[in-house]
Design a protein around this ligand. Structure first.
Ligand SMILES: O=C(O)[C@H](O)[C@H](O)COP(=O)(O)O
Ligand SMILES: [Mg+2]
Length: 340
C-alpha cells in the first residue's frame, strides 16, 4: 500500500477547486484564524467570501431567511468554528469574533468548555448532588453554569495562592467532588494540582476529564505550553485504562459534535446538518485537528500558521498523521476574492 501524501496547494485554481469540493468548513481557531491576539492576514476577506459562495441546501435556505430577517450577510458555505481552547464560553467567543470584526453566531461556535459541559450533563448525566472541581477559567465556569452543574475551584481566589511544601491544611478530600475537569489555566499552581490529585486519589468514582490535549498553542514567534493534563496524569499515576478515556475527549474537545455511539464521531448536532463527504476540517495541529478529521472520515486541510512545523511533514521525524491538503495560510484564499 502506498503511503498517503498531502497535496500542497499554492495556486488560485487549486484553491478554487477546493472551495468547489466542499460545502462545510470546520475552522479550528488558534493558529488558523488568529495567532494570540493577531488575526491571520486576509482572514475576514476569506470568511466573507466563503459566506457569499455556494449552492444553498434546504437547511441553508432556512438559515438564509432568518439571517436576512436579522439584517446579517446571508450564508453561502456552511462555516463552523471549532476550538480546543477552553478559556472561553461560546458567548465569550462571540465577543472575541465581534472584536476582530468577524461575523459569527453563537450556534456556529463550538469550544471545548462547551463540549465538556455537554459531555458531563448529557452523556455522563452528572448527578445534581455532586460537584466538579475545575482547573480552568471563566469559560468553563460559564458553560457549566449554563447546564446547571455545580463546581468549585476555577477562578476561586482561594485556589490562586502559594502553599508551603507539606502544608496540607487547606487541602482536604471532598467526597462530593464527582469529577475533576482540567482545561487551560493561566493561574495553574501547586494548590490546584494538589486538590485535583487528592479528589482523584480518594474518590474512586471521581471522573477525570480533560477539555483538550493540546501540548502547545501558538503565540507570536513560537508556541506556549498547552493544557497541563499530563502533569495530573503523572501525579496521580493514572494510566490510560483507568484515567477517563482522554482519547475520546481529544475528539470531543476538538469538535463537540457529540454522539452516544462509540467511538464518537462527526454527526449532525443541534441545528447543523451537513454531508461528511463535502465537509473539511481546517487546523494547524496534526495531533488534534487533523487526527480528528481523519477519525471522523472527513477531509482535512493543514495550515502552517500555527503549531505544525515543516519538520513534522518531511524527513526522518515526520508525523504519521497526514492531512489531505496543506496550505501556508487560510489568508492565501484571498487571491480568489477579486475573481468573484
Ligand atoms: O491549550 C490550549 O487551550 C490549546 O492549545 C489551544 O488554545 C487550542 O486552540 P485551537 O487551536 O483548538 O483553537
Ligand atoms: Mg489550533
Amino acid at each position: 500500500m502506498t503511503a498517503k501524501t498531502a497535496q500542497r496547494l499554492s495556486k488560485p485554481d487549486e484553491y478554487a477547486a477546493l472551495l468547489d469540493r466542499f460545502d462545510t468548513f470546520l475552522f479550528d481557531c488558534d493558529g488558523v484564524i488568529w495567532t494570540g491576539s493577531t488575526l491571520v492576514p486576509y482572514m475576514i476577506d476569506v470568511l466573507t467570501m466563503l459566506r457569499s459562495k455556494g449552492e444553498y441546501s434546504e437547511f441553508q435556505l432556512r438559515v438564509l431567511a432568518e439571517e436576512l430577517n436579522q439584517g446579517m450577510t446571508p450564508i453561502g458555505k456552511n462555516i463552523l468554528f471549532v476550538t480546543n481552547n477552553a478559556s472561553k464560553s461560546r458567548e465569550m467567543y462571540k465577543k472575541a469574533f465581534d472584536g476582530f470584526g468577524i461575523q459569527a453566531s453563537v450556534d456556529e461556535i463550538f469550544g471545548s468548555a462547551y463540549a465538556s459541559a455537554i459531555y458531563l450533563s448529557k452523556i455522563l448525566k452528572f448527578p445534581a448532588d455532586k460537584k466538579v472541581y475545575v482547573i480552568g477559567q471563566e469559560g468553563i465556569e460559564e458553560e457549566l453554569r449554563s447546564v446547571g452543574i455545580h463546581f468549585t475551584g476555577g477562578t476561586d481566589p482561594e485556589d490562586r495562592v502559594f502553599i508551603p511544601t507539606g502544608d496540607n491544611s487547606s487541602i482536604k478530600n471532598d467526597p462530593s467532588i464527582g469529577a475533576v475537569l482540567c482545561g487551560g489555566d493561566q493561574y495553574i499552581n501547586f494548590k490546584k494540582y494538589a486538590k485535583a490529585h487528592t479528589y482523584i486519589m480518594n474518590n474512586p468514582e471521581c471522573e477525570f476529564i480533560l477539555t483538550n490535549g493540546d501540548a502547545s498553542y501558538p503565540v507570536a514567534d513560537g508556541t506556549f505550553p498547552g493544557n497541563w493534563w499530563s502533569n495530573l496524569r503523572t501525579y496521580t499515576g493514572l494510566h490510560e485504562e483507568n484515567a477517563y478515556d482522554y482519547r475520546l475527549l481529544l475528539r470531543l474537545g476538538c469538535l463537540l459534535l457529540i454522539t452516544e455511539v462509540n467511538p464518537p464521531c462527526l454527526v449532525p448536532f443541534g441545528s447543523h446538518e451537513f454531508d461528511p463527504k463535502r465537509t473539511i476540517m481546517i487546523g494547524d495541529n496534526l495531533e488534534t485537528d487533523i487526527l480528528f478529521g481523519i477519525n471522523s472520515n472527513i477531509a482535512t486541510l493543514l495550515v502552517m500558521t500555527g503549531v505544525t512545523t515543516e519538520s513534522q511533514l518531511i524527513g526522518k521525524h515526520k508525523s504519521d498523521i497526514v492531512p489531505d491538503y496543506i496550505i501556508q495560510s487560510m489568508g492565501d484564499f484571498a487571491v480568489l476574492v477579486d475573481e468573484m
